[in-house]
Design a protein around this ligand. Structure first.
Ligand code: FMN
Ligand code: SF4
Ligand code: FES
Length: 558
């Protein structure tokens, strides 16, 4: 049967694809840019078509054919850093380092690459100087030697309504140990206890879509076919403004791994992959160390506690793409392909990595699981509102008086988060809007502060829970600046697979930069409608609601 043959070929050889991004990254690190001969060599070595390797090489920002200097500086152009400097820092860095944005200095010494978020949104603007983080208002001084590089820790707190830290248990230093229930569950073969407790908890995915975790695991467990099944932890955390996944992967990586293990048992998965964005080198290293420790401690491996049950994890590094966080794109990326989105169905739970049943879950979703199984799903479900149960870690940007990561009960009014936890705007800042839920979320203002933080209520005001970030923008940023910033992001990160988003994001950018057809106002509305109805994934579909939320808060365009 041809289908079987293809599956068998994938099983034997498909994993070579996983080496493509690593091989290309090595070339960039060694020589600064990928030449056609490098593509030929890698294709020959991995016995893959040249087009496969070339496709990947031309898709990801880290592998882009722009020249690199001996020193490579990634400067955050994400919304929290944009809000911190009112959009001025990127050009200022380029001038100070003598390298145009997206290019290299004349002597080849230094290159400047704009990226979207480095996870320092609480203390930006931020940059990665090779792998050295630098963050703060004096970023230019840090990069030019006038001040020491600053790598501020993420401020963390748990709201009093949450009786015990859940997701932040390890970071806060109280609550169940990550692996507390693991041995019992594996030895007792109590895999269905995990599904039962998580179903009772009402846990919904924290990566944006809010899909019930236990239902997703059940679909993968019931999917037909034999052979390996995969559990992928999505650590791509693309949303500028969110840094909870970085926090968890860096400071409590064992909780992430233990959550993966428990989810894998419920989903019938035997192999785990953590996908970490390349902008998070410390998270990558912390996870690799934790995997080695867990193997040495017997928590990961082929034969856990002598039971014959196996589960092991590998850490995969991304190569710079926002859309690669979308689950089908993420799977393509691990297969060494371009990070393009695939139409669903079929869902990854049936046809995922190497066409095998695959669960993709967000870091924060998985980090909640050890607590839920240890304390019981009912205890988790006691917190929350409506269909939004449990807690969410919200991330507040640098424009707050008290920026940082806060674990709050779902249903907490935005006002409490904004005023009491965040302390309102930092001194001297006049709030103009708050972006809730990342670039695919929406902009709200003071009128909306009584809205509860929940999947349902935020949608009603034209925003979205997304990954739980709140970015305050002050009055130094006007409507035109914000629109330009938003469309630049959309146009540079669209994966290009579907026409409405591929074309629409470019037209939107041209319009905000004054390059479009000035008489095309009606056409613009039609284009937004086409994007909303016809885009393949939530990226393109979310652009029009975001544009409308800007209009609602800042007033209609002149
Ligand atoms: C454009 C786009 C980007 C996304 N980026 C991320 C991401 O960075 N991290 C993440 O966990 N989910 C991201 N998602 C959602 C994933 O597709 C997927 O729903 C999620 O990882 C599933 O995990 P969960 O059920 O635990 O939320 C993104 C979705 C879209 C459409
Ligand atoms: S909507 Fe945009 S990001 Fe999503 S598949 Fe289409 S082109 Fe790619
Ligand atoms: S570090 Fe700049 S937006 Fe997150």
């Amino acid at each position: 049967m041809p289908g079987r043959t293809v599956t068998e070929l994938e099983r034997r050889y498909g994993r070579r694809g996983a080496d493509v991004l690593g091989a290309l990254r090595d070339v960039v690190a060694a020589t600064g840019r990928i030449e056609p001969a490098d593509v030929d060599r890698i294709a020959a070595e991995l016995r893959l078509p040249r087009a496969h390797v070339n496709g990947a090489a031309s898709f990801y920002a880290d592998l882009a054919p722009t020249p690199r200097g001996r020193r490579h500086v990634r400067v955050c152009a994400g919304t929290a850093c944009f809000a911190a400097s009112a959009g001025t820092h990127l050009d200022a860095v380029a001038v100070a380092l003598g390298a145009p944005v997206g290019s290299v200095s004349e002597d080849g010494g230094v290159s400047v690459q704009p990226v979207h978020c480095l996870g320092y949104c609480y203390g930006g603007p931020a940059a990665l100087d090779d792998e050295q983080p630098c963050a703060g208002a004096d970023l230019i001084d840090q990069l030019t030697g006038g001040a020491d590089p600053r790598d501020p820790e993420i401020p963390v707190a748990v709201a009093v309504e949450v009786p015990e830290p859940i997701v932040l248990a390890g970071v806060a230093g109280t609550g169940p140990e990550p692996w507390e229930v693991w041995e019992d569950i594996v030895r007792g073969g109590a895999h269905d206890r995990v599904s039962r407790e998580v179903k009772a908890s009402g846990l919904r995915g924290r990566g944006g879509a809010g899909f019930p975790a236990a239902v997703k695991w059940g679909s993968a467990a019931e999917a037909p076919g034999d052979g390996d099944r995969y559990l992928i932890c999505n650590g791509d955390e693309g949303d500028p403004g969110s840094f909870v996944d970085r926090l968890l992967m860096e400071r409590d990586p064992h909780r992430v791994l233990a959550g993966m293990g428990l989810a894998a048992l419920a989903a019938g998965a035997t192999r785990g992959i953590v996908y970490v964005r390349s902008e998070y080198p410390r998270a990558r290293d912390a996870l690799r160390t934790a995997v080695a420790e867990a193997r040495a401690g017997g928590q990961l491996g082929a034969d856990l506690f002598g039971t014959g049950t196996g589960f092991d994890v590998e850490v995969f590094e991304g190569a710079g793409s926002y859309v690669a966080g979308e689950e089908t794109s993420l799977i393509h990326s691990i297969e060494g392909l371009r990070g393009e989105v695939a139409a669903r169905p079929p869902y990854p739970t049936e046809h995922g990595y190497l066409h095998r049943p695959t669960v993709v879950n967000n870091v924060e979703t998985l980090a909640a699981v050890p607590w839920i199984v240890a304390r019981g799903g009912a205890a988790y479900a006691q917190l929350g509102v409506g269909e939004s149960r449990g807690t969410k870690v919200v991330c507040l940007n640098e424009r707050f008086r008290n920026p940082g990561a806060y674990e709050v009960e779902l249903g907490t009014p935005l006002r409490r988060i904004f005023e009491e936890l965040g302390g309102g705007p930092r001194d001297g800042s006049v709030v103009r809007s708050i972006q809730v839920g990342g670039p695919l979320g929406g902009f709200v203002d003071a009128r909306d502060l009584d809205t509860p933080l929940s999947f349902e209520a935020l949608r009603e005001i034209g925003a979205d829970l997304g990954h739980g970030s709140l970015i305050v923008l002050d009055d130094r940023v006007d409507r035109a600046m914000l629109e330009r910033h938003f469309w630049r992001f959309a146009a540079s990160e669209s994966c290009g697979t579907c026409a409405p988003c591929r074309l629409g994001t470019q037209r939107g950018l041209e319009r905000t930069e004054g390059r479009g057809d000035p008489d095309a106002a009606t056409a613009f509305e039609e284009m937004l409608e086409a994007m909303e109805r016809g885009s393949l994934c939530a990226f393109g579909r979310s652009v029009p609601p975001v544009v409308r939320s800007i209009e609602r808060v800042y007033g209609a365009a002149p």
